[in-house]
Design a protein around this ligand. Structure first.
Ligand code: UDX
Length: 436
C-alpha cells in the first residue's frame, strides 16, 4: 500500500518510518526544503532513540522517501495522513488549525484517485467534518473518506509505542475508511494489538481525554506529594499503595516538578477551549492546568529554600541538571526547567545549566542560565545542585566528585531518583519531592 504522510515533524516522521517498516511504501512530505534535504541525507531533525536507523534502513530498502512536492507525494496513495502541527493559538489557547486546513485543501486539489484522508495531528472535535468540507469544496471528484487516527506515542519511546501500542483508535464514518485503515495497520492486527473502531468525533475526543486524564493523574500525585511533606508521609509509598489497585494503575504517579512537553500543556488548554465553546466545563482539568502552571515556579522556590531562603539565596550559585521536559529527548517545550531557572534568576541566584541533549534548544529559552559543557562543570562552585530531569546520566553521579567541586553539599532532587538515607549517609543535605 502507498501511504503519504503530510508533515514530517515528530509524529509524521516516526509514523512514516514505522509504516515503512511494516512494509508499506511511504512518502513523507514537508514544506521545509532543508528538512527534506537533511532527511534524504539521513540527518534527523529531532532526537529520538532508534529513529535514524529506522529511517536509514527503510530508505535503503526503497520503502521510504521524502519530498516537498505534495502532488507527487499523494499520487497513487490510498491513505494520506495529515500530521502537521496544531500549536496553541497565540492569545486564546485554541488549537491552531490553519496548517491542517491548508493541507486538506492542497490534498483535495491534488488527489489523483480514491483515498482515505487521515488526521493524525491532535485536533479538536469536529475537525474531521471541516476537513471533509474543505476537500469537497475543492471540487475533488474522487471518493474520499476522512478518518481520525490519533497518535499516543511518547517522546523518547516513540518507536516502541508505535509498534506495540496499548490500542489503536480509528474514528471512521464508512466502510471504505475502515477497510483502508485495517490494511494500514495489518501487521499490528496480526500482533493482536487492540483496535477500537469508533465514530470520528469520539476518536478526536479520546485523544484529548487521554492526555487530560494523564495530566490529572500527575497533578494529583504532585499535590499528594506536597501534602506528604506537611504530614510526614512518603509519596512514593502512596503511589505504590494506590497504584496496586488495578482500577487506579501504577503508571503516571511519579511526583515531580510538573508536567511539560509538546502535548499535555497544549492539549489540556485546547480541551478547555472546546469545553467552553460547547458550554460544558471540565472543571477538574481547569484546576489541573492552573495547579501545574504554578507548580513549576514553586519548584524554583523550593530550591531557594534549600539555599536558606530569599535573602540568603541572592548571589549564590545553583547547578540545574536536566533542562528538557523529560529524559531522552531534546524537547524544551513547556519544560519546568525554564520556569525554575527564571524563578532562581529573579531571586538573584546565579544559575549554571547542563543537559545531555537539549543544550542547543535550551540556550535561547533560558538566557539567564549559563550553559555548561558537563554536569560537573555546572556543579563547580555551586551552593546547591538541583536535578530537574531524570536523565540516566544523573542517576549515578560521582558524589565524592560532586562534594569536592561544589561549594556546599546540597542536593535538591526534583525527580526522587536517589534514596534519602543514602544521600544523608553521603553527607548531603538532601531535599526531594514528597518524602518528608
Ligand atoms: C504524552 C503522552 O504520554 C502521549 O501518549 C501523547 O501522545 C503525547 O503526550 P510525552 O509528552 O512525550 O507524551 O511525554 P510523557 O512521557 O507522557 O511525559 C509528559 C510529562 O509528564 C513530562 O514532563 C514528564 O516528566 C511528566 N510526568 C510523567 C510526570 O511528572 N510524572 C509521571 O508519572 C509521568
Amino acid at each position: 500500500m502507498k501511504i503519504a504522510m503530510v508533515g514530517s515533524g515528530y509524529v509524521g516522521l516516526v509514523s512514516g518510518a514505522c509504516f515503512a517498516d511494516f512494509g508499506h511504501e511511504v512518502v513523507c512530505i514537508d514544506k521545509d526544503q532543508s528538512k527534506i534535504d537533511r532527511l534524504r541525507d539521513g540527518v534527523m531533525p529531532i532526537y529520538e532513540p532508534g529513529l535514524a536507523a529506522l529511517v536509514e534502513n527503510n530508505t535503503a530498502a526503497g520503502r521510504l522517501s521524502f519530498t516537498t512536492d505534495l502532488a507527487e507525494g499523494v499520487a497513487g496513495a490510498q491513505a494520506i495522513f495529515i500530521a502537521v502541527g496544531t500549536p496553541s493559538r497565540r492569545g486564546d489557547g485554541h488549537a491552531d488549525l490553519s496548517f491542517v486546513h491548508a493541507v486538506a485543501r492542497e490534498v483535495g486539489e491534488n488527489l489523483a484517485g480514491d483515498a482515505v484522508v487521515v488526521t493524525k495531528s491532535t485536533v479538536p472535535v469536529g475537525t474531521g467534518d471541516e476537513v471533509e468540507r474543505i476537500i469537497a469544496e475543492t471540487g475533488c471528484a474522487h471518493r474520499v473518506s476522512v478518518v481520525s487516527n490519533p497518535e499516543f506515542l511518547r517522546e523518547g519511546a516513540a518507536i516502541g509505542d508505535f509498534k506495540r501500542p496499548d490500542r489503536i483508535v480509528i474514528g471512521a464514518e464508512d466502510d471504505f475508511g475502515r477497510e483502508v485503515m485495517r490494511e494500514v495497520y495489518r501487521p499490528l492486527f496480526l500482533n493482536e494489538s487492540p483496535i477500537l473502531f469508533v465514530s470520528r468525533r469520539s476518536a478526536e475526543l479520546i485523544k484529548y481525554a487521554a492526555n487530560a486524564f494523564l495530566a490529572t493523574k500527575i497533578t494529583f500525585i504532585n499535590e499528594m506529594a506536597d501534602l506528604c511533606e506537611k504530614v510526614g508521609a512518603n509519596v512514593q509509598d502512596i503511589s505504590r499503595g494506590i497504584g496496586m489497585d488495578n482500577r487506579i494503575g501504577s503508571k503516571f504517579l511519579h511526583a515531580g516538578p510538573g508536567y511539560g512537553g509538546s502535548c499535555f500543556p497544549k492539549d489540556t488548554l485546547a480541551l478547555l477551549k472546546t469545553a467552553e465553546d460547547y458550554d460544558s466545563p471540565v472543571r477538574i482539568v481547569e484546576a489541573v492546568v492552573k495547579t501545574n502552571d504554578s507548580r513549576k515556579r514553586a519548584m524554583g522556590r523550593k530550591v531557594i529554600e534549600a539555599l536558606g531562603g530569599l535573602d540568603a539565596a541572592r548571589g549564590k550559585k545553583v547547578a540545574l541538571l536536566g533542562l528538557t521536559f523529560k529524559p531522552n529527548t531534546d524537547d524544551m517545550r513547556d519544560s519546568p526547567a525554564i520556569a525554575i531557572g527564571q524563578a532562581l534568576a529573579d531571586a538573584g541566584v546565579e544559575v549554571a545549566g547542563y543537559d545531555p541533549e537539549g543544550m542547543e534548544q535550551a540556550a535561547p529559552l533560558m538566557p539567564n542560565v549559563r550553559m555548561c559543557a558537563s554536569a560537573y562543570d555546572a556543579i563547580e562552585g555551586a551552593d546547591a545542585v538541583a536535578i530537574v530531569t531524570e536523565w540516566d546520566a544523573f542517576r549515578a553521579l560521582d558524589f565524592a566528585r560532586v562534594k569536592a567541586l561544589a561549594n556546599a553539599p546540597v542536593l535538591v532532587d526534583l525527580r526522587n531518583i536517589y534514596k534519602p538515607d543514602d544521600m544523608r549517609a553521603a553527607g548531603f543535605t538532601y531535599i526531594s519531592v514528597g518524602r518528608g
